[in-house]
Design a protein around this ligand. Sequence first.
Ligand code: DLL
Length: 438
Amino acid sequence: MTAYQYWNPGMETMIRSELEAFQLEKLKWAVKNALRTPFYAKRLKEAGVDSPDVIKTLDDLRRIPFTTKHDLRDGFPYGFLSVPKDEIVRLHASSGTTGAPTTIYFNKEDIARWTTFVARSIYATGCNKTDVFQNMITYGLFTGGLGFHAGGEEVGMLVIPSGPGNTARQFRFMRDFGTTVLHATPSFLLHVESKMREEGVKRESLKLRKAFAGAEPYSEDTRKRIEELLKIDVYNSYGLSEMNGPGVAFECQCKNGVHLWEDGYIGEIINPDTLEPVKEGETGELTLTCLCREATPILRYRTRDLSSFYNEPCACGRTHRRLRRITGRTDDMLIINGVNLFPSQIEEVIMSMKEVGNNYLIVVEKDGALDRLTVRIEVSSAVFTDDARLLNVVKEKIRKTLQASITINPKVELHEHGSLPVSEGKAKRVQDNRPKDV
Ligand code: DLL
């Protein structure tokens, strides 16, 4: 039987009524901070929320208007700042692919609070100060590097700030320092595994036992694949820059959904069209209110991530509700000849097939008036031989399985192991080559 460990037992197992009372106090604090920012001073007053005293119950959250990425960009650079500039000590930014970056500022207390949430997350997976933690995610403006770095140190682990890339160097660190815990995007973990085989690194020569995987969507089958191939326990880690970064929601040792740390964040699931709350347990857009950051308050932020809450309590004893794996973003849905398709639906099918290797790419193009979907898939060298008949059998099998699941007939291309592009950060799984104005 697993002995569950809690970083902050009182807070993590607090009965719901007390947790909600705590949230209410923090929400008032967040509204007070928000009213000091140029953006919310206007937006909240227009909505009749001109004082934190307007918030009398948690239901009053619904009196606060939503905040979008667009608002954050409009407020760049200081429209969301609630403290004097000389109080802020750090910024992080996510650039996305278009438009101005969204920048989040932290004061010293904000950094300390964020760090505690990451430490709590790491500890919930069963890590402790005896672990050696190789942080193979991007440092810099991206929150994954420094966020996990500080959280790991807070737990007391030895943190190796390796960053991503250069797998030969990563393997050397793993051997030299006896790494026990890894952190990376799931796609980079798969790449590490491929390289391990390619470079003949013996798994037995390494002490790896756990990995945190997040920052991009991945399926349950991908998790299982990483666990089986790397012989390692993989925990899902969810977060976003607007809510500090990692440490927003994390899996415990039950590995069945990510606990949203509700003393730091209020989560709502809304219907992205009507903006009304969905029924309990239904899927919709996750909307988050940050209760733990003073310098850049963000209320009811529309994450665009699609998820739902579990209703049942978790066996670990934590009372903070769990979110299901993100199935996609409202803005990454593809429409192929009128059929809606999330890239995660493709990943779910192919990653459960043993013929499929560790990397794939979805390409959408115009073929005359129609859209054409191609799925490029790496296969193992056992499959990728000169035997054209075998290749065709595999290709047909993947095509038919995909078609049965997504109701679109894709073209399937098989590629040699290691031939598709690998990203060190978030994987780019979709290449939409259709003209933008069509
Ligand atoms: O990705 C923060 C982070 C760093 C999370 C390290 C986990 C580990 P952003 O760059 O702002 O921040 O991207 C946030 O990434 O809205 C989701 O769409 C996606 N995302 C993050 N974690 C997961 C996950 C960081 N576990 C955006 N599953 C989010 C699915 C995820 N999607």
